[in-house]
Design a protein around this ligand. Structure first.
Ligand code: CP
Ligand code: NVA
Length: 297
């Protein structure tokens, strides 16, 4: 009834969702059943979005459901109505909710107070839907994640790096985070993760050595805009041609987007790997349809 984090998932669950996502992709336009028929879902966002909003709106409709988009400015949440009250109202009216916000606790509270299927569409802590699209893309491009070295370059303590670390814990692939010292995940997180296959380094070239997948994300996540001091730490953590010269010959580059060219990734690298990166963006749709279908089964 919920998809709130990769942390609370497991290998069997992740693998079955990727299998279903691939099936959803290959049968797009010809789905035999409409698991959301007769349902209305709410998409409640307190942060900006292009990919997540559009892929959920399209995905819910393709599965037979109706959908309403509610930005925080459209509803009383933006004027301070508590999430638990919003949840108790919407839980009596809609059949499911997709939420993008700041605190992970807010999506947990929404689920607990609404009692309806709830999906985390990004919090400061996790971006689980994106990871599902990324895993599907790796499977399509490289066949499998097993035995691969997957690297994250950038803010080691943001939602993307955290969700990736949990995916690595569950699925067992080698995962390296290359980040400035002050942007590393804190020790209490690493203790909770307890995954020997996940390592941290401040040396991006070392991390990229022999890598099959290089993954990056914005240096400043939503809510951190204008933190010039933090941004200044990332000068050595750009995904550029020099960095990629350390990788395996058949490496791929992933970026969850939006991308800031000449910051976390160069224009040249982004355009060279655009086929993969926009396939990754498209896979949001297929992966999320799998998440939705599995939730209402
Ligand atoms: N990658 C991602 O979540 O993009 P949006 O912020 O555009 O939804
Ligand atoms: N870490 C980024 C991901 C954007 C999809 C953010 O939270 O802004």
């Amino acid at each position: 009834m919920k998809f709130l984090s990769i942390e609370e998932s497991n290998a069997t669950h992740l693998e079955s969702l990727i299998f279903l996502a691939a099936e959803m992709k290959s049968t797009r336009g010809a789905h035999l059943n409409q698991p959301l028929a007769g349902q209305t879902w709410a998409i409640i966002f307190t942060k900006a979005s292009t990919r997540t909003r559009v892929s959920f709106e399209v995905g819910i409709r393709e599965l037979g459901g109706n959908v309403m988009f509610l930005s925080k400015n459209d509803i009383q949440l933006g004027r301070g109505e508590p999430i638990k009250d919003t949840a108790r109202v919407l839980g009596r009216m809609v059949h499911g909710a997709v939420i993008r916000t700041f605190a992970q606790q807010d999506v947990i509270d929404f689920y607990n107070y609404s009692g309806i299927p709830t999906i985390n569409a990004l919090t400061d802590e996790e971006h689980p839907c994106q990871i599902m699209a990324d895993l599907l893309t790796i499977r399509e491009k490289l066949g499998t994640w097993e035995g691969k070295k997957i690297v994250f370059i950038g803010d080691g303590d943001n939602n993307m790096s955290r969700s990736w670390m949990w995916a690595a814990k569950h699925l067992g692939f080698e995962f390296v985070v290359a980040a400035p010292e002050s942007c590393m995940p804190p020790q209490d997180f690493m203790d909770r993760l307890n995954a020997p296959n996940v390592t941290l380094t401040t040396d991006p070239a070392e991390a990229a050595k022999g890598a099959h997948v290089i993954n990056t994300d914005v240096w400043l996540s939503m809510g951190q805009e204008g933190q010039a001091e933090k941004e200044a730490l990332f000068g050595d953590y750009q995904v550029n041609e020099e960095l990629l010269s350390n990788c395996d010959d058949k490496h791929i580059v992933l970026h969850c987007l939006p991308a800031y060219r000449e910051k976390e990734i160069t224009e040249v690298v982004l355009e060279k790997h655009a086929d993969t990166i926009f396939q990754q963006a498209e896979n949001r749709l297929h992966a999320q349809k799998a998440i939705l279908a599995a939730l209402v089964k």
